[in-house]
Design a protein around this ligand. Structure first.
Ligand code: ZN
Length: 461
């Protein structure tokens, strides 16, 4: 809404952006009941150790009592583990104590830094310079009028999406079609062919490192035998110039561009090697899924229903929050859920609370702003809870799938690559999950999306 008033002045919409200052946000409808502390979260399995470690943190013997029952081992395969929806006991956050949980905590803390990189006025100014603003605003204006007319014809007061939403949709379209390029493997400069073999990666050169390369992939041309480097950049400044990459680079750059246009954004990390964006819609009063690689707007079931992806964790990071948003993307846990065994659920809750509190303290929020964010947190928890309850009631049966969600992945280059990742849509039919090129099932693994997380996993700490 704030954007609607400032949009006529074009680049003026960036006025509210600065390091550490939070933009004005419309009030969120009051949640009917005050949230208990701690906030109830998605109940999953946890280890016996977590149940005992949470005792110290909890004064509630009743919740301890409720937590005890036959919980499946976290190492069970997903097909053996039934959704733990029936356990309504609020999770009591518990600090990590075992090595595995501590490692996951470190990874999540590293990942949580990603959106902090966007809170840089110089960067956002530079980013605004590359966006064709007048074209985006004109397209958004036209599109939002269509939604309005549609609403009027249906006797509704409000269109399905507002002007701000249409701005993101137009940005998404431009980003995917005109700005960023998908790279499966680099072209051979001599033969202009993509017929390349991947070789072991190499460390970045000093120049590549200076531009923020985290690692460099090496490819050898099958025709001339020449080598090509593909540096993987995590630095958004460099990505503005490079304008190419895979989902990591796409999501990183696109999320930053949304931020540059003045929106509240989240960078969503998925433990099965994908990342995407969420943008807060003032019109819909909720966070909306946006995948720039796929030009997908508000299609959260795309990954499970379209690609046939199986999911353990989806964690959304913004500069003022860290939220487990898995329930938004995993609506059919019986079929598509992978075991959540990186740490007990109580520990995950503790880690995310810790990240959120650190971020909010650093921002120096006023009491009023803090309360508003807390209301928003409760509002979102209700929304996520609704998905959970729907899944419970339907017990694996789902509501109607939107047209755009019924498709295999379009952003990736090769069919083999999609098959290897279990994203070609086939596993929706055969339920076999990730497979290799020969069609054999692979164990899920977390991909090297974020270099920090990748390095930590490689180094084993
Ligand atoms: Zn060649």
């Amino acid at each position: 809404m704030s954007l609607e008033t400032s949009s006529s002045s074009g680049r003026g919409s960036r006025g509210g952006l600065s390091m550490g200052s939070s933009r004005p946000v419309p009030p969120i409808p009051e949640a009917p009941a005050p949230a208990p502390a701690p906030t109830p979260q998605w109940t999953e399995f946890s280890t016996t150790r977590s149940a005992s470690s949470s005792r110290g943190a909890s004064s509630s013997s009743s919740s301890r009592h409720l937590k005890k029952p036959r919980r499946p081992s976290p190492t069970s395969s997903s097909s053996e583990v039934l959704p733990a929806y029936s356990r309504h006991a609020p999770r009591v956050p518990a600090p990590p104590t075992d090595e595995r949980s501590i490692k996951f905590r470190n990874i999540l803390h590293q990942l949580s830094q990603q959106p902090e990189r966007y809170e840089n006025p110089g960067l956002l100014d530079e980013a605004l310079g590359v966006i064709p603003l007048s074209r985006i605003y004109a397209e958004a204006e036209e599109e939002s009028q269509i939604y309005q007319v549609e609403a009027q014809s249906l006797g509704k007061e409000k269109g399905k999406w507002g002007y701000q939403d249409c701005v993101i949709m137009a940005l998404l379209k431009w980003f995917k079609r005109d700005f960023f390029t998908w790279v499966s493997n680099p072209l051979c400069q001599r033969c202009n062919t993509a017929d390349m073999d991947e070789r072991p990666p190499t460390p970045p050169t000093p120049e590549e490192r200076a531009r923020g390369a985290s690692r460099v992939e090496i490819y050898q041309c099958k025709r001339c035998g020449g080598f090509e480097r593909f540096a993987r950049y995590n630095d958004v400044w460099t990505l503005l110039q490079e304008r190419r990459g895979r989902c990591g680079e796409w999501a990183n750059c696109f999320t930053m561009l949304c931020r540059a246009m003045g929106f509240r954004v989240r960078w969503v990390w998925n433990s099965e090697d994908h990342v995407w964006t969420e943008v807060y819609s003032e019109h819909a009063q909720r966070w909306v899924h946006v995948d720039s690689c796929e030009e997908a707007w508000d299609q959260p079931r795309l990954y499970t229903e379209g690609w046939g992806k199986q999911i353990a964790y989806c964690i959304a990071f913004s500069h003022d929050n860290a939220v487990d948003v898995t329930r938004r993307y995993l609506r059919n846990p019986r079929r598509c859920r992978l075991p959540r065994n990186r740490c007990p659920e109580e520990v995950l809750l503790h880690i995310l609370n810790e990240i959120r509190d650190t971020k909010r303290t650093k921002l120096g929020l006023s009491e009023q702003e803090r309360k508003r964010l807390e209301r928003e947190d409760r509002h979102e928890e209700k929304e996520l809870k609704k998905f959970e309850v729907q899944a419970l009631i339907k017990d694996g049966l789902m509501g109607p799938i939107q047209e755009g969600e019924k498709r295999g992945r379009v952003s990736a280059g090769s069919a083999d690559w999609k098959i290897a990742r279990g994203e070609d849509g086939a596993s929706v039919r055969d339920q076999s999950g990730r497979r290799n090129k020969s069609g054999e099932r692979l164990q899920p693994e977390s991909g090297p999306l974020d270099e920090a997380a990748y390095r930590m996993e490689q180094d084993g700490h």
